[in-house]
Ligand binder design. Structure first.
Ligand code: TXA
Ligand code: MG
Length: 362
């Protein structure tokens, strides 16, 4: 595929200008691919019903064709055309969490091309809340298939510059609408079985979902197993969600995740820094806990520290940006501090586990 000029359209996310959005929508209607902001992360969109246009997304991202996309809608009426049936519990979830950071999987209708769902009989659907995303879908007059707008395997983009860093010259257009407010992707829930299963934790917590519909299962590949890359074990975990079998969210640097009791974690991080002094190190810490790392200020060598800002929501908002910064600064080793897996903490830890080559428990 030849390189193209990627058009950058700046739009105020609070008061989107319809005329500018129409320009991007026109590109989608003409079979092109467009990066756009959502409240979770930036997406790379194409007409979900146009197999050829959807194919371009996979090529631009270097994404394997067995990893299905999420179809984005702007009103309930669009959902009925895409699925066989909206189940009762799915309806409850849509009413409670849409528009928002929840992706719901249902049996697909024949209208959705195979390439969009990677040959699966189900389709993932989300109604985003971001004003620009909503207006773009409205103006394109079709549902928009969109994965995160990063090169496959990299941390997801939370602003337009991240999108261009990965995809400049490979996509037709990017809408620059500022920073994504949530910072991690949507929660993906499979509603095709007898018990709902969370396949990916994200912007809506499992606790909130249980409150709305009662019993939900969290897929085994989500928690402690998220870092495993043993092919045989993974096969049984990932039959349901192909995306889970790939290493993901990873900066170029090696990542070591340290989890356990806070004091011991800090002590271990201090040790790892000392042992790896020959490398440029990036520390990813939950809060301003630098001083809690024994002797850090006395250490020689190159240490870059990124704080996530305390609390699961700040961690989610800043995680991908910090991982990308380590790349820009050519860090050779990232050492990350684990956080509690409550609320959005589950999504943050899932991303960290999947980015990490090594998880150390102390
Ligand atoms: O917040 C988000 O969800 C962002 C924004 C742009 O909406 N999108 C996003 O898409 O993160 P993507 O493609 O990066 O992740 C979608 C995940 C993948 O892990 C994929 O395997 C899974 O959803 N998925 C999609 N359709 C599925 C299906 N029919 N069955 C099981 N898993 C599915
Ligand atoms: Mg992605």
């Amino acid at each position: 595929m030849g390189r193209k000029r990627t058009l950058r359209i700046r739009i105020n996310p609070r008061k989107p200008e319809r005329g500018s959005i129409r320009r991007a929508a026109r590109i989608i209607m003409d079979g092109g691919i467009v990066g756009f902001p959502t409240e979770t992360v930036y997406g790379l969109g194409a007409n979900a019903l146009d197999a050829k246009a959807v194919g371009k997304i996979f090529t631009a991202k270097d994404r394997p064709f067995d990893d299905p996309l999420i179809v984005h809608v702007c009103r309930m009426g669009q959902v009925y055309g895409l699925v066989k049936k909206v189940t009762l519990d799915a309806k409850v979830l849509m009413e409670k969490f849409w528009p928002g950071a929840l992706t719901i999987i249902l049996e697909k209708s024949p209208l959705v091309p195979q390439v969009t769902t990677a040959g699966l009989s189900s389709v993932a659907i989300r109604m985003p809340s971001h004003k620009i995303a909503r207006m773009l879908i409205e103006e394109a007059k079709v549902p928009i298939a969109a994965p995160s707008a990063n090169t496959f395997g990299k941390p997801s983009p939370t602003n337009a510059q991240h999108v261009l860093d990965d995809l400049d010259g490979k996509i037709d257009c990017v809408i620059d609408g500022g920073d994504a407010s949530i910072g991690v992707e949507s929660t993906v829930i499979d509603m095709t079985g007898t018990v709902p299963v969370v396949l990916r934790p994200g912007g809506i917590s499992v606790e909130e979902i249980s409150k709305a519909i009662g019993k939900v299962r969290v897929h085994h590949a989500v928690g402690k197993n998220a870092g495993k890359r043993n092919a045989e074990k993974l096969k049984k975990f990932t039959a349901k969600s192909p995306g889970m079998k790939y290493r993901h969210y990873a900066p170029r640097a090696e990542v070591i995740l340290v989890e356990g009791r806070p004091a011991r974690v800090m002590e271990k991080i201090g040790k790892l820094v000392k042992e790896n002094r020959s490398k440029k190190i990036g520390l990813l810490l939950a809060d301003s806990e630098k001083n809690a790392i024994p002797g850090l200020e006395l250490m020689h060598g190159d240490v870059m520290v990124e704080y996530l800002g305390g609390g699961a929501q700040n961690a989610a908002k800043n995680l991908f940006r910090s991982l990308r910064k380590f790349d820009t600064e050519k860090v050779g080793l990232v050492i990350a501090q684990g956080i509690a897996e409550k609320g959005m903490g589950l999504a943050v830890m899932n991303r960290l586990r999947r980015a990490a080559g090594r998880v150390v428990r102390v």
